[in-house]
Design a protein around this ligand. Structure first.
Ligand SMILES: [Zn+2]
Length: 476
């Protein structure tokens, strides 16, 4: 009778289920973890068991990622898997038992090779040995300990040339490598983020780094606020921006275990998704290993003891029965929605990683146009689902750089695509003003000039020069 009562109660829960999944989807891993800890504290029917299970297939794990779900494939396709935060950044362990062949964990392109590949086209024949020399002087943090004057003297090269080459190195991925110290490195990275954050935020972040770096390292934000005469909330925002987007030791993140932040610095690496490169042998190209972190180290489930105890309740315990039933219902909802959220994140990353593989490997110049609506269509979900899944998530690229997941959707490219779509669908040639109006109805506010610019980039003529296809009547 009770069972009947519950399932009846659960049936109209689809709306609640959807709303809860959406709410979870919008949170990043850390925020979701906090939310779930609250739920655990409030709800006796929800429990966290310490055993670690693969969030994808449910297999019990000892340590490291799931050997089945995080297995290298023969076709070299990206490996995308969910893993609980405990296994943060560790790919080996479980992997080794399963693959006794020539598998080498953590085989990466060296930092020098990776940078040289990016700047090679910009180097003259004379500059190449200078670049090679500078790259070999980098310490394990990716910083340059030698002065440019010394390098110029040693190589008998003009100082200006050495500085130009160093500039190229500093702006290649990972941005900030080749700086003379952590502070300079952070400042270079801030410059590179121009356009991705407000000017005010970047200015404050710059001021904190220049004038209050020691305080930042101690995470003493109150003192920073006092010293810089800025509101604490704004300082918190800027500090978060720094911690999420910048790293004082760009080379360390690239090479090895950059995921263990050094003791005197705040934790810089808390991306929601971590992408690394792995090679099976020296011949095959590297495979992208995409690790999506799920909250909490253990496994979330509905407390079986409480469920069993509920069966024992008699009709006299109606009040208790009602209360427990609600708790069980809520716990069921939470566990299901967390699974749903993880599942959506995984499918989303599958599409993003496959589409933006070049960007992941080679940096900003290789970003391809992609809109949330295209991804939504591919996944068969609403566009708002994609927006939520992308919101407030960060991703660590193989270069060690941490970027917001929204970076995978280039805004200017998507606006440009929208301009193209609008013109392709126009019943009669639309003026740039009309296109701007159409965009603003889609929630994109751009000036007529911007439309003209995108239209020119697309090689499309202005309205008065566009041909009307034969047979299409002029709409007056
Ligand atoms: Zn698995």
């Amino acid at each position: 009778m009770l069972r009947h009562h519950i399932s009846h109660e659960l049936r109209p829960q689809t709306t609640a289920h959807l709303a809860q999944t959406m709410a979870f989807l919008q949170l990043n891993t850390l925020e979701l973890e906090n939310t779930l800890i609250n739920e655990l504290n409030q709800n006796p029917a929800l429990e966290l068991v310490e055993e670690r299970r693969c969030p994808t297939c449910g297999k019990k794990l000892s340590q490291g990622p799931c050997p089945t779900c995080a297995r290298l494939t023969d076709d070299g396709a990206p490996v995308i898997y969910l893993s609980t935060r405990q296994s943060f950044g560790s790919h080996d362990g479980a992997a080794e038992e399963d693959r006794a062949d020539s598998y080498e964990p953590h085989t990466r392109e060296s930092l020098e090779e990776f940078i040289l590949k990016q700047i090679a086209a910009d180097l003259t024949r004379e500059e190449r040995p200078i670049a090679a020399y500078i790259l070999l002087q980098l310490d394990e943090d990716g910083l340059l300990t030698e002065e440019t004057v010394e390098i110029a003297a040693y190589l008998r090269a003009p100082l200006a040339t050495v500085e130009r080459v160093l500039g190229l190195i500093q702006h290649a991925e990972p941005v900030g490598v080749g700086a003379r110290g952590p502070i300079e490195s952070l400042l270079i990275q801030i410059e590179a983020l121009k356009g991705t954050a407000s000017e005010n935020l970047r200015n404050l972040a710059r001021a904190i780094i220049v004038d209050a770096f020691d305080l930042l390292a101690r995470n003493d934000l109150r003192q920073i606020a006092r010293q810089l005469r800025s509101p604490l909330a704004t300082v918190e925002l800027a500090a978060r921006f720094i911690q999420r987007n910048l790293t004082p030791y760009p080379g360390r993140a690239y090479w090895g275990d950059g995921k263990t932040p050094s003791e005197d610095l705040p934790a810089y690496h808390e991306a929601d998704v971590n992408i690394t490169l792995q090679r099976r042998g020296t011949e095959t190209p590297a495979t992208l290993m995409v690790e999506i972190f799920t909250p909490l180290a253990g496994t979330l489930r509905v407390n079986p003891t409480l469920r069993a105890a509920m069966q024992e309740l008699t009709d006299q315990d109606a009040g208790k029965q009602e209360k427990w039933a609600q708790a069980v219902e809520r716990a069921t909802l939470i566990t299901k929605c967390v699974q749903q959220r993880n599942h959506t994140m995984r499918r989303l990353m599958e599409i993003l990683v496959n589409h933006q593989k070049d960007f992941i490997l080679n940096g900003d110049g290789s970003l391809k146009p992609l809109t949330r609506s295209v991804v939504a269509k591919t996944l068969g979900v609403h566009e708002s689902t994609i927006s939520r899944a992308v919101a407030s998530k960060t991703i660590a690229l193989p270069s060690g750089r941490i970027v917001p997941l929204s970076k995978f959707f280039d805004r200017s490219l998507s606006v440009r695509d929208r301009v193209r779509q609008i013109i392709e669908a126009e019943p009669r040639p639309m003026t740039d003003d009309e296109i701007a109006d159409a965009l603003s109805r889609d929630g994109i506010d751009v000036a007529r000039r911007t439309v003209a610019k995108y239209r020119n980039m697309l090689g499309i003529l202005p309205a008065n020069l566009r041909h009307r296809p034969a047979g299409v009547p002029v709409v007056a």
